[in-house]
Write a protein that binds this ligand. Structure first.
Ligand SMILES: Cc1cc2nc3c(=O)[nH]c(=O)nc-3n(C[C@H](O)[C@H](O)[C@H](O)COP(=O)(O)O)c2cc1C
Length: 208
């Protein structure tokens, strides 16, 4: 099958993109509005950029209805801060509840019966039940496309990391068996990350 995405409706393109780019990690992003209203929502268009400086990005879509921008994006742009909370298996249901499309005055921490705890260096609270959190400051946003179906790339610098003792191991390793993150597939499907295997890294031909 060969497809020119420009010939397909946006919904079909979306199905092909998110059905093929799998599994995706999930950034469970907490923010706070300028009025101090906490917000929490999951974003699977998410990844790491580089370690120096420690940088990550996630993307928020633009809706075809009011308000076009997600609360997360509005809050990040207004305050310059956000926290990426990580979703382990035991938090899957709660994470799903926080994906609710709701007005800005809805506190998703309360909706999902989650505990908001203060962060060390930024104003948005963390999800106490998460086993890892990255506190971030906004570096840059990049708008892609125009109107509905477009998106925003949100690039942040990680200024503080928290790891629960249950997942952190000496030597700066994360215990995958204890962390038990989930991944997003297409539609309503998710995956576990337990069935892993190893490959020997090719020897560098650049270093002596
Ligand atoms: C697992 C999962 C991943 C999601 N990933 C994204 C994403 O990458 N980009 C996006 O715009 N919305 C994504 N959503 C939908 C948002 O979470 C949803 O629109 C949410 O209501 C946004 O909340 P906010 O307006 O409070 O920011 C995802 C939903 C789920 C359940």
């Amino acid at each position: 099958m060969d497809i020119d995405p420009q010939t397909l409706p946006q919904r079909e393109v979306s199905k092909l993109l998110s059905g093929t780019v799998v599994p995706r990690p999930i950034a469970w992003v907490s923010t706070i509005s300028v009025d101090g209203q906490p917000n929490l929502a999951p974003f699977s268009y998410f990844n790491v950029v580089c370690p120096n400086p420690p940088t990550l990005l996630f993307c928020t879509g633009v809706r075809g209805i009011e308000p076009p921008q997600k609360d997360t994006y509005t809050n990040v742009v207004a305050t310059g801060e956000f926290v990426v909370n990580f979703v382990s298996e035991h938090l899957a249901e709660a994470m799903n509840i926080t994906a609710i499309e709701a007005p800005p005055d809805v506190n998703e921490f309360e909706r999902a019966s989650l505990t908001a705890v203060p962060s060390a260096k930024v104003k948005p609270p963390r999800v106490a039940e998460s086993l890892a959190h990255f506190e971030c400051r906004l570096l840059e946003t990049i708008a892609i496309g125009e109107g509905a179906g477009g998106g925003n790339i949100v690039i942040g610098t990680v200024v503080h990391m928290h790891f629960d003792d249950r997942v952190f191991r000496e030597g700066n390793y994360i215990d995958l068996e204890a962390f038990r993150p989930i991944g997003r597939l297409s539609g309503s499907a998710y995956c576990h990350v337990q069935d892993s295997f190893s490959l020997q890294r090719p020897r560098s031909e650049l270093r002596p």
